[in-house]
Design a protein around this ligand. Sequence first.
Ligand code: NDP
Length: 336
Amino acid sequence: NRRIVLASRPEGAPTETDFRLEQQPIPTPGDGEVLLRSVYLSLDPYMRGRMSDVPSYAPPIEIGDVMVGGTVSRVVASNHPDYTVGDWVLAYSGWQDYALSDGNGLMPLGKAPENPSYALGVLGMPGFTAYMGLLDIGKPKAGETLVVAAATGPVGATVGQIGKLKGCRVVGVAGGAEKCRYAVEVQGFDACIDHHADDFAGQLAKACPQGIDIYYENVGGKVFEAVLPLLNTRARIPVCGLIAYYNASSIPDSPLGAQLMRAILTKRLTVKGFIIFDDYGHRYSEFAKDMTDWVRSGQISYREQIVDGLENAPDAFMGLLEGKNFGKLVIRVGPD
Ligand code: NDP
């Protein structure tokens, strides 16, 4: 059983030495347990937070413990009445080949799911995050302008496409010309602006001639700075993530805090943070129904970047924090 553990807590951006690949015997399932073999491992920005021990909404990974993560796995041995060998499940095995489970937190995916890895993306946690944050907090109305960054990632791509289904003008923000072209041509966004461009703020203003009614916050940093002056009265800001700061040892102090408070008051903004399963777990079935329909009918497209080999997870993860991924980042840990 290969597993990748947290070797040290990163200062700033994680490096190779913060991870360690270990070999362990494959565990044996006890009474009521199943043995799972990982086929796909999800890599997600929140994992950077778990590598640190600053207080947050979830406890940190301890040094020497397996890196956490969602997996799509197969049952290879079962002492559990609800699972038989060969079943596909959505699990939380972390960065390793094999894991035991007592069934708690497993979601059955059946004997032959159509696209098993989608359960880590558009049909799973990131898709659910996009759906609830946009619909429950963003409350999109036809004709409004929606801005979302990390526009070709699993959250941003889904936010923008749901926004189009609701009749919004959707402006994406992404890193580089290729991602921006993809957001417009494949995802159907009305425009997409490259945040690396020198005149990024000016280009964003031009793409939002009627101002911004919903800013779905994924990144913070200079994207937020460019958005703030463009917000309309009664704009909504679902605060989903702030990836621009995840590698920073502290969030930079800036006079923008005071400007934001003033904008909240004078423009009567709604600014609301959320942690998807804590706040919306009870609404999963609504999402699952709508999103399955939208993906099946082709109304929502989905792009994955699948990297082969558990040993490549650290490198792929470090790249995710720098925008090197293009689409939902998934590791193929083993064969189907
Ligand atoms: P992505 O696959 O989109 O990966 C992150 C992307 O962020 C990168 O590819 C890069 O895209 C962009 N990025 C990185 N650094 C910066 C920067 N400094 N400025 C602008 N963009 C940057 O990730 P997800 O779709 O999985 O997640 C998107 C956001 O949603 C994250 O902030 C994540 O933490 C958050 N999230 C929150 C949840 C919640 O419960 N609140 C649940 C799930 C996700 P590009 O090259 O296009 O800039």
